[in-house]
Design a binder for this molecule. Structure first.
Ligand SMILES: *Cc1c(COP(=O)(O)O)cnc(C)c1O
Length: 379
């Protein structure tokens, strides 16, 4: 099956007991056991639920993995994956990962004795140099948030394999429509399904996928033991969103290209970050490992221009955190998503006060560009 067909017919595409083409919401916490001690397929809904399982098989198919796992949020998925490791283990993480991942690492996981080194995973020599005798994994995002930096997934996975390390990629920004890290040698993919996979800004969810049998067994154990599972209603809602991922991504891509071209020709814009920019550092790698460039664009206004005034002047594009929804969302990382990072470090990482991040939605071209234009006219 090709990708867009898989979105609709992948996983479990029909309810076996009724033939329902939309997998029903099995809102049951426990299941009748007809024979004592017979180990039935369904016993308790934290361990497994038929609606959640349909979603888990779907995401496994979409990421070319063998097993998928659904969690109450992307953060819960990331926590479960890091729980594969033990006190004293060392993990290399990308220096531009999601702010909540840094918080989880620094404020929670370090208290449990996990050790981390933060590196720019685009630089393969730095990655290799960070490997220690107790290193167990390399974790990163590509493209990153908000600067859309591109790491060569296959190259990092190759280094990891040579040192017997696991590679973990947060594939939230690219989605499986554009990029399949497992196919490039990665061991585990995680998603904040809250973003493009759900796609309608109406559900918080997380997913993890692997193609390694031992990791799958361990993740199933952790998912059940930690218990941060996705409920059947949200599993259903997420599956419903995923079915239109292909249709949505095609318009997301089209609109992102239009917005990019508009910003590129705007003399109030100093800098644009977009993986589809042929002049950007990571362009060749993005072209090699991604089927499309996604619809996240970050840009910097000329120095002295008022980012606050600009985003507050928008009438259609919502000033809000999050991304990947049908509606265009805009934010100022320095004040919103990345405010927890000290200004000095933020500036070192290239996140200036003038930087604006735009998640390009599915609105009509005239309205989208018209809204940007009238806001630019006000600054
Ligand atoms: C939003 C996000 C997360 C966290 O996911 P939640 O569903 O909000 O817990 C993790 N990684 C990336 C790249 C994200 O954008």
């Amino acid at each position: 099956m090709k990708f867009n067909t898989k979105l609709i017919h992948g996983g479990i595409s029909e309810d076996k007991t009724t033939g329902a083409v939309s997998i029903p919401v099995y809102r049951s916490s426990t299941f009748h056991q007809h024979e004592l001690g017979a180990q039935p397929k369904w016993e308790y809904a934290r361990t497994g639920n038929p609606t959640r399982q349909a979603l888990e098989e779907l995401i496994a198919d979409l990421e070319n993995g063998t097993r998928g796992f659904a969690f109450a949020s992307g953060s819960a998925a990331i926590h479960a994956v890091f729980s594969l490791f033990s006190s004293g283990d060392h993990i290399i993480i990308g220096n531009d990962v999601y702010g909540g991942t840094f918080r989880l690492v620094n404020k929670v996981l370090k208290r449990f004795g996990l050790e981390f080194s933060v590196v720019d995973t685009r630089d393969l020599q730095t990655v290799e140099a960070a490997i220690q005798p107790n290193t167990k994994a390399i974790y990163f995002e590509t493209p990153t948030n908000p600067l859309l930096k591109i790491t060569d997934i296959a190259a990092v996975a190759k280094i990891a394999k040579a040192h017997d390390l696991k590679t973990i990629v947060d594939n939230t920004f690219a989605t499986p429509y554009n990029q399949n890290p497992l196919t490039l040698g990665v061991d585990i993919v995680v998603h904040s399904a809250t973003k493009y996979l759900g796609g309608h800004s109406d559900v918080v969810a997380g997913l993890a996928v692997t193609n390694d049998e031992k990791i799958a067994e361990d993740l199933a154990f952790l998912q059940n033991s930690i218990g941060s599972v996705l409920g059947p209603d949200d599993s259903w809602l997420l599956m419903r969103g995923i079915k239109t991922l292909g249709a949505r991504m095609r318009i997301h891509h089209e609109n992102a290209k239009l917005v990019y071209d508009y910003l590129e020709n705007n003399d109030k814009v100093a800098k644009i970050y977009y993986p589809g920019n042929p002049e950007s550092v990571g362009y060749d790698i993005a072209k090699k490992q991604m089927r499309g460039f996604g619809a996240m664009i970050s840009f910097e206004l000329n120095e002295g221009l008022d980012a606050k005034k600009f985003v507050e002047s928008l009438q259609l594009i919502d000033l809000a955190e999050s991304l990947g929804g049908i509606e265009s969302l805009i934010e100022v990382p320095a004040v919103m998503t990345h405010a927890a990072i000290p200004r000095e470090i933020r500036l070192q990482n290239g996140i200036t006060d003038e930087l604006i991040r735009l998640s390009v939605g599915l609105e009509d071209e005239e309205d989208l560009l018209g809204d940007l234009k009238q806001a630019f006219d006000k600054i």
